[in-house]
Design a protein around this ligand. Structure first.
Ligand code: MN
Length: 197
């Protein structure tokens, strides 16, 4: 029983022009595949075999499990919350929670984008939820909010700000990539995750 690289529900070129096909192909078939393989190697023969990735991430982690377990989980989440049919803004309970927490969708976007832009070096920015309450945080490397080092809330939206996620198209222009990301966010999936968090 081991973790598997998830198949994407869209083609590598489906997110053009916001994320280019070559970046998607390398990101999924090389980077995410690498984290998946190394995660399986790291848990082989341990009591982690058969446990959920969320349970693994919440435990005391060796450096290998922290990097590769985080990398596995983070990218699974990332592919699920972007879509060629994404963009726009959320509706329903998530929209209400964003408005009551941040004041407006524009203000949320500003807070989230700032967390992503100012994460020094490689890492992620997150919108998290717990018992309906929203918060924004960022984490270095492949860490995430579920880890002991994290905020303890459940990530429902995340943006990968490692250079491998955007450098081919955007080079050093991380803010342009963050702006483009909002054109492909699948708010239906983020809302679904919000309702479960
Ligand atoms: Mn990545």
């Amino acid at each position: 029983m081991s973790f598997e690289l998830p198949k994407l529900s869209y083609s590598y070129d489906a997110l053009e022009p916001h994320i280019d096909a070559r970046t998607m192909e390398i990101h999924h078939s090389k980077h995410h595949a690498g984290y998946t393989t190394k995660l399986n190697v790291a848990i082989e023969g341990t009591s982690y075999v058969g446990q959920s990735i969320e349970t693994i991430l919440a435990s005391e982690l060796s450096p290998g499990l922290r990097n590769n377990g985080g990398g596995y989980y983070n990218h699974c989440l990332f592919w699920s919350i972007i879509s060629p049919n994404g963009g726009g803004r959320p509706s329903g309970k998530l929209a209400d929670a964003i408005n009551s927490t941040f004041g407006s969708f524009e203000e949320f976007k500003s807070v989230f984008s700032s967390a992503a832009a100012t994460q020094f070096g490689s890492g992620w920015a997150w919108l998290c939820a717990k018992n309906g309450k929203l918060s924004v945080c960022s984490t270095p490397n492949q860490d995430n909010p579920l880890m002991k080092s994290g905020c303890g809330n459940i990530p429902i939206l995340g943006i990968d700000v490692w250079e491998h996620a955007y450098y081919l198209k955007y080079q050093n222009r991380r803010p342009d990539y963050i702006e483009a990301f909002f054109n492909i966010v699948d708010w239906n999936e983020v809302s679904r995750r919000y309702s479960e968090a």
